[in-house]
Design a protein around this ligand. Structure first.
Ligand code: SF4
Length: 327
């Protein structure tokens, strides 16, 4: 089966081996971030609707569980846009829990829609929420996140605080720094005041590690990244997830391996080494699948981002990034 809404697994620094659910199925988002690793936003909107019916996503997830069924550290709502735009995301959380009762449900969000109490209530069903907040300075927020009209950093920050007061699960806050855009002292000062109010369970300060939507998005220098991490008390030592069972290539056909590999790079460009880690396949099986997919146009290689990196960047000997996402 070709999966349309289920993708991965991918190896996430914060969640371990994570299976993704795409709730918009297209680049539909309340923001058009410079650094977005799935490309530019095609529909910039705050209008919520059932962009993909929950049933379609959950039918695929049940099929994946039955036919692939890899051990996972998380099932994560995210994908090619802002998942909370989908009015049926609460049903997806409940359904994922029914299908995979022992796997935590995580939600990646830019937090812009948390201004709506109904969204906060539905999101409260998740186990882990991973909001991003890149700047509390108006001009920087506008430049790095390129939001839909009406989305402001103050509103997002207030909505996050309201959510914290209502939510018993874990919050992993992410701040992504783009050189010369949101790495100012003023932003650091404001975020330093905000983080203790939010009381997140962890803070991750990261920078560009993969190609972004816009070429001007550049990584900050490592020293700067390390300083921000120290200042914002980022817990950067938390272990990556514990799933250790490898996916045995012997049990899969070449076609199935190609599908797993292509599926994994559809939303996230990765190197051979990253793909092997994410899928549990050997590097050799991954390379073989990529060779075939490259020849048939199923994947393409893309350039790594310029500048220094965060903790997840591949080293030079890992070779190029592969992508099957939109250009
Ligand atoms: S990074 Fe997230 S919030 Fe930003 S444009 Fe991409 S999907 Fe939307």
């Amino acid at each position: 089966m070709k999966y349309k809404y289920v993708f991965g697994p991918v190896l996430s620094g914060r969640l371990g081996r994570s299976l993704g659910l795409d709730l918009t199925s297209a680049p539909i988002c309340t923001m058009d971030c410079l650094y977005c690793e799935v490309g530019r936003t095609a529909v910039l909107t705050t209008e919520r609707k059932a962009y993909v019916p929950a049933k379609a996503i959950l039918d695929e997830l049940a099929h994946w569980q039955e036919h692939v069924g890899l051990p996972l550290d998380a099932v994560t709502l995210g994908g090619s846009g802002e998942p909370l735009l989908n009015t049926e995301f609460g049903e997806v959380i409940r359904g994922a829990r029914r299908i995979m009762p022992s796997v935590p449900v995580a939600v990646l969000t830019n937090a812009s829609l948390l201004v709506e109490p109904e969204v906060r209530r539905e999101l409260g069903q998740a186990d882990i929420v991973l909001p991003s907040l890149d700047s509390l300075v108006d001009e920087e927020f506008a430049a790095v996140n390129r939001p839909a009209p009406g989305v402001t950093p103050q509103a997002v920050a207030e909505a996050l605080l309201a959510f914290r007061s209502e939510f018993a699960g874990r919050i992993f806050l992410e701040v992504l720094l783009v050189a010369g855009v949101n790495d100012s002292e003023e932003n650091l000062r404001r975020l330093k005041a905000f983080v203790p109010q939010l009381r997140p369970d962890r803070v991750d300060v990261v920078t560009m590690t993969r190609p972004g939507a816009y070429t001007e998005a550049r990584a900050v220098p490592r020293e700067s990244l390390e300083r921000w991490r120290r200042e914002l008390c980022a817990d950067i030592t938390e272990a990556v997830g514990q799933s250790s069972s490898a996916l045995s290539a012997n049990l899969l056909t070449k076609q199935e391996i190609q599908e797993i590999v292509q599926n994994s790079v559809r939303r996230r460009p990765q190197t051979v080494a990253q793909l092997a880690q994410a899928t549990g396949l050997s590097a050799e099986s991954v390379r073989e699948a990529l060779d075939i997919l490259s020849r048939t146009g199923g994947v393409r290689t893309i350039a790594a981002p310029a500048g220094e990196s965060g903790s997840e960047q591949a080293s030079a000997q890992d070779g190029p990034y592969y992508s099957a996402g939109r250009r």
